[in-house]
Design a protein around this ligand. Sequence first.
Ligand SMILES: C=C(O[C@@H]1C=C(C(=O)O)C=C[C@H]1O)C(=O)O
Length: 255
Amino acid sequence: MAEGSSGSEFTLDSIRKSLIRQEDTIVFCLMERARFPMNSALYNQSLDLVPGFSGPLVDFIVQETEAVQAKAGRYVNPEENPFFPDNLPPSLVPNSNYSQVLHPGGASININKAIWDMYLNQLLPLFVVAGDDGNYASTAASDLSCLQALSRRIHYGKFVAEIKFRDAPHDYEPPIRAKDADELMKLLTDERVEKMVKKRVEKKAIVFGQDVSGSNNTDSKHYKVDPSVVARLYDEWVIPLTKRVEVEYLIRRLN
Ligand SMILES: C=C(O[C@@H]1C=C(C(=O)O)C=C[C@H]1O)C(=O)O
């Protein structure tokens, strides 16, 4: 089930290892998107660039890509959640045997609208330069990689919540029955781990984002994505949204 895991191990430790691995993917995706300027025409609601499609070009590219990926079975995987879930075609390929560790109620949790809004309206302007180079299709492909990586990480909260519940059902059952979201939030929060995550992603942006040359000199002042933006991304959005998924999952856990 988890990225890079055999599927047989389901522990908080193995889930956290997967979240750490996903940080690399997220940092590299952001660095790829930073190769292009803002290209705001891509996101413009009123520029109908595709004949017969009404809406921003980025919507067209994401919807069409998700449709192909759905046919190839992407959304059968409980780790994946589409940005445009309405009218997706069914999978045409034989089902892979994903281990069904989640409670069935988890399948209805999809907070991609909030992730889309955060990414386009708040995050992008923090790490891409202004301008338009006309590379809309490549820019949108890069946006989709970032969005999918962020969505996977944030919805991984379902697996985190499941294992936390299994490890301490007696602690979680009373607030679940009382539908006490605040108490659940307190129970699942681990501030020590959050602090480590924020420090580590900032460091990854420093290490991965340097220009590497053949000599011993690296340019340590210029990073492909500002490391403080990556730390802020996790602090303000990734961690809080992951915890929102965890709470939403737990609230449904005993249904
Ligand atoms: C994901 C977890 O749950 C919470 C969310 C965290 C995160 O999004 O990085 C970190 C610690 C917890 O507060 C976890 O415990 O690992």
